[in-house]
Design a protein around this ligand. Structure first.
Ligand code: ATP
Ligand code: MG
Length: 567
């Protein structure tokens, strides 16, 4: 089933999703003295917005019930894992606003205990060492509609199995020579129960255990044990693990260890981006982006660098809720959530991104005034500020049109427009360069309209922003846009590879002219540039006195059909 959540359609706060209902019932019945959840990333990439959904759920459920949530690195796949990822994941979870306290765990710390559990399976006749490689085993496993075939090694004696398993560990055999398998049911309709692999020989250097191990447990074997060792009460995972649950349950029962309950929910998919770590890694490795924290990436590091607030991401996760239905959430909802917050909290300032000069011909050359601007009309406590006003200003190029249609509400010869917080002006014409490009617009002002209202009550339909030409500060502004130009870049529906759908205009850098106060914009500050969008002072590239701005989102969604679409 698919559904597309639109900003309008999404309720704000789902009343206790199905997982919270299960947890509440377990609290009420006294089944557990304390709720314990975990967020179990594999340190093989940076966290993305999909992980945020899982983090908010796991840490949220624990916090709401007075329980605890573990941060556990599921580091059982050494080839693709690293300390850099471990560090980044910790930073991102903290940034998102969650705290695991003393409860930081690593699957690799359990390797010895896991090994002992595997030997119990062997001793109880529930596991055997198999000579078949995964590829050779495939035809034995068969297809769901037909039973599989037993491995020729399925009935090896217990002593021989124990001996072979020990020798696998001791490094006597080459990689892939043997596999430890659970002995379950080769006729099960669930392929995961057809003697799944539990341990493989793999000489890979582990970022924490070094070369101590040359056998590594599979996800299915390791994950349930990790949950069990930590006394997790509710093991929350994404829907694709539903078919693994019978194996999760079988293994824990067979090993006779504490048995948490696995509950699955649907993963977050977001339009106009990709969420697979493999694809995100490819974007980084092929230099399609500047790194995992490129502001166009759906990673938490990228969203943070772009200017998203942790609160807006948490709020977004509450809005999408937790269900069992797979769907694609519209990127517009994430952007909308941020606008909602910054509309209330970000100071509004004037900045011109594509400047053209405006000369007020009847304004005295030596005159300068100070105009009073409201910092945020949504926030009465935000106060006001002064902006110098003079004869020469900069305005946006697209706020002038030489031959404009009747509904054009901005500057065109013969019509009036309001300069925000200043005067009503009437456009009188323009000057162009040799190529016909407008470089200066001329107008006359009405001195009786200071503050922007006409004493005779005449209507002026448009209001435009401006900055004083001589006192403006200039700063680089990076106009980020969506990384992909189609909603589903990686589901094949658009043809080609996901790389074919990268948006070639996802980053444009301009030099903007800004009101003088923005010289003091500090790294990490957020602003609304009036009529242009929400902007963030880049924390890495900005220096005191020379800020660099990232556009987080434009004020309105240029991708929505209502706004004319972009495709
Ligand atoms: P892979 O297993 O391919 O490396 P993964 O996205 O499953 O990638 P993990 O590090 O295993 O990455 O994920 C950690 C936790 O985050 C898991 O519990 C997983 O279910 C959850 N998670 C991952 N992606 C999403 C998503 N898009 N929406 C919700 N939860 C997610
Ligand atoms: Mg995973």
């Amino acid at each position: 089933m698919t559904s597309t959540e639109k900003p309008e359609a999404a309720g704000d706060l789902p009343a206790g999703d199905f997982i919270r209902q299960i947890v509440a019932a377990d609290c009420q019945s006294g089944k557990h003295p304390e709720i314990r959840t975990r967020f179990p990333p594999e340190p093989n990439g940076y966290l993305h917005i999909g992980h945020a959904k899982s983090i908010c759920l796991n840490f949220g459920v624990a916090a709401e019930t007075g329980g605890r949530c573990h941060l556990r690195f599921d580091d059982t796949n050494p080839e693709r894992e690293s300390e850099e990822y471990v560090r980044a994941i910790k930073d991102d979870v903290r940034w998102l606003g969650f705290d695991w306290g003393d409860h930081l765990y690593y699957a690799s710390d359990y390797f010895e205990r896991m090994y002992q559990c595997a030997t119990k399976l062997i001793r109880d006749g529930n596991a055997y060492v198999c000579d078949l490689t995964p590829e050779q085993f495939k035809p034995y496993r068969g297809v769901p509609t037909r039973p599989g075939k037993e491995s020729p090694h399925r009935h090896r004696g217990m002593e021989e199995n124990l001996d072979l398993f020990q020798r696998m560990r001791d490094g006597e055999f080459p990689d892939g020579a043997y596999v430890l398998r659970a002995k379950i049911d080769m006729a099960s309709p669930n392929l995961h129960l057809r003697d799944p692999a539990l341990y493989r020989i793999k000489r890979a250097h582990h970022h924490r255990t070094g070369d101590r191990w040359c056998i590594y447990p599979t996800y299915d074997f390791a994950h349930g044990l990790e949950d069990s060792f930590e006394g997790i009460t509710h093991s929350l995972c994404t829907l694709e693990f539903e078919v693994h649950r019978p194996l999760y349950d079988w293994l824990l029962d067979a090993m006779e260890v504490y048995h948490p309950r696995q509950i699955e929910f649907s993963r977050l998919n977001l339009s106009y981006t990709v969420m697979s770590k493999r694809k995100l890694l490819q974007l980084v490795e092929e230099d399609r982006v500047t790194g995992w924290d490129d502001p166009r990436m759906p990673t938490l590091a990228g969203l943070r660098r772009r200017g998203y607030t942790p609160a807006s991401i948490r709020h977004f996760c509450r809005r999408i809720g937790v269900t069992k239905f797979d769907g694609i959430t519209d990127m517009a909802l994430l952007e909308h959530t941020l606008r909602d917050e910054l509309n209330r909290t970000a100071p509004r300032v004037m900045a011109v991104l594509d400047p053209v000069k405006l000369v007020i011909d009847n304004y005295p050359e030596e005159q300068q005034e100070s105009m009073t601007a409201i910092n945020n009309p949504e926030d009465p406590d935000a106060g006001t500020r002064a902006i110098p006003f003079a004869r020469e200003l900069y305005i946006e190029r697209d706020d002038f049109m030489e031959a404009a249609p009747s509904k054009f509400r901005r500057l065109t010869p013969g019509r009036e427009v309001r300069l925000r917080y200043a005067y009503i002006v009437e456009c009188t014409g323009c000057e162009k360069d040799a190529d016909g490009l407008v470089h200066t617009v001329h107008c006359r002002y009405d001195p009786a309209t200071r503050g922007g209202t006409a004493p005779d009550g005449r209507k002026v339909r448009g209001t435009i922003h401006w900055v004083p030409a001589s006192e403006a500060v200039t700063a680089p502004v990076r106009l980020y846009d969506r990384l992909f130009k189609c909603p589903n870049p990686d589901d094949g529906s658009e043809g080609g590879s996901f790389l074919d759908h990268l948006n070639p205009h996802s980053l444009e850098t301009v030099t903007a002219y800004m009101e003088p106060g923005l010289r003091n914009a500090a790294a990490g500050d957020r602003y609304q540039f009036e009529r242009r969008g929400y902007f963030f002072v880049d924390p890495l590239d900005s220096r005191p006195g020379t800020p660099v701005f990232n556009r987080i989102v434009p004020l309105r969604d240029p991708w929505s059909a209502k706004e004319g679409g972009r495709r």
